[in-house]
Design a binder for this molecule. Structure first.
Ligand SMILES: [Mg+2]
Length: 227
């Protein structure tokens, strides 16, 4: 990681731990939105989400493609949650600030959500820039074009960039670009990586997927070892 001058962080379940339950609340509202908008029962809404997740990568892309849903209406709805479950993390904020170079947020959520989360974490001043899903026409990571749009916005050289993410699939293309990739594996019982429950599942992924340079369940400690 010696050459790294650009530090790219996913937001949700990367900068805070999933067990605070914030993302669970978002997921409940995603289901409710579909039930209300499309007139479905909870089970049917869940089935549709699973179907869209596999076909489009996110529920939102499916809703936009197949039901012409306004993305901002959806994102505003699903983020009407109480953010108080996120508590300040000054030491992580300091660890990020102490990294040599620029720091960015790269998220599949929207700015409104980013601002609220960073405010609660007391990390607003730790970052030099943010790329949200509206900037990629609501196409999410791991779609390849999005990384290129992100890279163009901040002019990131491949050999000087590292990315931190809790969803390992989102690290595949960055690795191919030549970025260093760090998979955040905390919150196993809460994580969104399907089928990863134990340490041996993590090792299996590390052995099978060749696009992960490092893994850590303690982001702050990991960053502190880079000094
Ligand atoms: Mg995440």
């Amino acid at each position: 990681m010696k050459n790294i001058k650009n530090w790219v962080f996913d937001l949700d379940n990367t900068l805070y731990k999933a067990e605070c339950g914030l993302f669970d609340k978002v997921h409940i509202l995603m289901g409710k939105f579909i039930e209300e908008k499309l007139g479905l029962q909870p089970g049917e809404a869940q089935d549709l989400r699973t179907q869209y997740y596999h076909k489009y990568g996110t529920t939102l892309r499916g809703l936009m493609s197949e039901h012409n849903i306004d993305p901002d209406e959806y994102l505003d709805y699903v983020h009407q949650i109480n953010y108080d479950v996120i508590v300040p993390n000054k030491s992580l904020s300091e660890s990020i600030k102490n990294l040599d170079g620029k720091k960015y947020i790269f998220t599949n959520a929207n700015y409104g959500h980013v601002v609220k989360v960073l405010d609660k974490l007391k990390m607003t001043d730790a970052f030099d820039g943010c790329f949200d899903i509206s900037e990629s026409n609501y196409v999410p990571k791991p779609h390849i074009d999005i990384y290129e749009d992100f890279q163009k916005k901040f002019k990131l050289p491949n050999n000087e960039t590292a990315m931190f993410e809790d969803l390992h699939i989102n690290l595949k293309y960055p690795y191919e670009l030549g970025w260093k990739t760090v998979w955040i594996t905390n919150n196993l019982e809460y994580n969104l990586n399907r089928d990863i429950k134990t340490q041996s599942d993590i090792e299996k992924v590390m052995n099978e997927k060749k696009y992960i340079n490092y893994t850590t369940d303690q982001l702050e400690n990991f960053l502190n070892t880079l000094k």
